[in-house]
Design a protein around this ligand. Structure first.
Ligand SMILES: Cc1ncc(COP(=O)(O)O)c(C=O)c1O
Length: 316
């Protein structure tokens, strides 16, 4: 899906024109992938646009940067405020928001610390990347177990959302795509279920919701956390446990979750049908709860939505 341009991009505290947000080819990030980023959604509610879990996403950006010794000259609240301004100024809602912290143009040595840190934030219209047809209700996708192993502990840190991690994700995604699957599932270095290339994974077994713990090379997904919170609130038992591969095939239900994937059921793994190929009751309940909250048809009872002050900025 090609990017739909908006008017402005936030750069180091200022709004600049979309077309001016350019980088030199010899920037550190272009050569070595030295960046961390976030992916965030703003939803359109009857009350106006609102950002889903703004503080948690910006905290993860700060954490990712910290792992890579990139100290940001902005507080979490300042970054959230910048994001709210950007979404308001671009008048694009619903949208996807991409904050990006990178090592820019300076020195090209492997030591990144002599290259300047640049912070950008862009937003644009975007749908569901696993094409579950979120508007019409949940539709399952076909997935496969990847031959590529997820990034191993103490190699690239999985808790940091770094651009370089997505080279591994790209291998998983490309392999799945060329083999006719909508998505791949990566195992960790010990052969246990980890996650998708851009989403966390949950399964239902004996009515309980199970997901891999953070130690199995998964990104600590904000949607993952939201699913756990919603499930517990609805009385569904949630277990974070090491998942053997075969549990994928005998699961009653399986779904991906993430900012991009939202809640996307999986109807088969390696052409073995999961749960008879149907969307099961737990997935359906979580799906309805998630979309109810982000579309404003259910109360925002966990305080996950930050309204975008559109009127103030547009009228300014
Ligand atoms: C590798 C990976 N895992 C999990 C997720 C889900 O995280 P979140 O729910 O915070 O978007 C993402 C998406 O950003 C991802 O790229």
């Amino acid at each position: 899906m090609p990017i739909k341009e908006t008017a402005k991009i936030w750069h180091n505290g200022k709004l600049i024109n979309w077309s001016d947000a350019t980088l030199h080819v010899m920037s550190h990030v272009v050569n070595y992938g030295s960046c961390v980023f976030e992916g965030i959604r703003a939803y359109q509610l009857p009350s106006g646009p609102a950002i889903f879990r703004a503080q948690e996403h910006m905290q993860r950006l700060i954490d990712s940067a910290h792992v890579y010794r990139m100290e940001l000259p902005y507080t979490r609240q300042e970054l959230v405020d910048a994001m709210l301004d950007l979404v308001a100024v671009n008048e694009t809602s619903p949208c996807y928001i991409r904050p990006l912290v990178l090592r820019g143009y300076g020195d090209l040595g492997v030591n990144p610390m002599n290259s300047p840190i640049e912070i950008y934030m862009a937003n644009y219209e975007w749908g569901n990347f696993l094409a579950s047809g979120a508007q019409e209700g949940p539709v399952g996708i076909d997935a496969c177990v990847s031959t590529w192993t997820r990034i191993a502990p103490n190699t690239l840190p999985a808790m940091a959302k770094a651009g370089a991690n997505y080279m591994n994700s790209q291998l998983i995604k490309m392999e799945a795509t060329v083999n006719g699957f909508a998505e791949g599932i990566a195992l960790d270095k010990n052969g246990y279920v980890s996650e998708g290339p851009g989403a966390n994974l949950f399964l239902v077994r004996k009515g309980k919701l199970i997901t891999a713990p953070i130690g199995n090379s998964v990104l600590p997904g904000i949607t993952r956390d939201s699913v756990i919170t919603m499930a517990q609130d609805l009385g569904v038992e949630v277990i974070e446990q090491v998942i053997p591969r075969e549990m994928l095939y005998i699961a009653e239900e399986l779904f991906f979750c993430g900012t991009g994937a939202e809640i996307t059921p999986v109807k088969s793994v390696d052409r073995i049908s999961v749960g008879g190929g149907n969307v099961g009751p737990v997935t359906r309940t979580i799906y309805d709860e998630y979309f109810g909250i982000v579309k404003g048809t259910k109360a925002d009872r966990f305080n996950w939505l930050t309204p975008v002050p559109v009127a103030e900025v547009v009228g300014a």
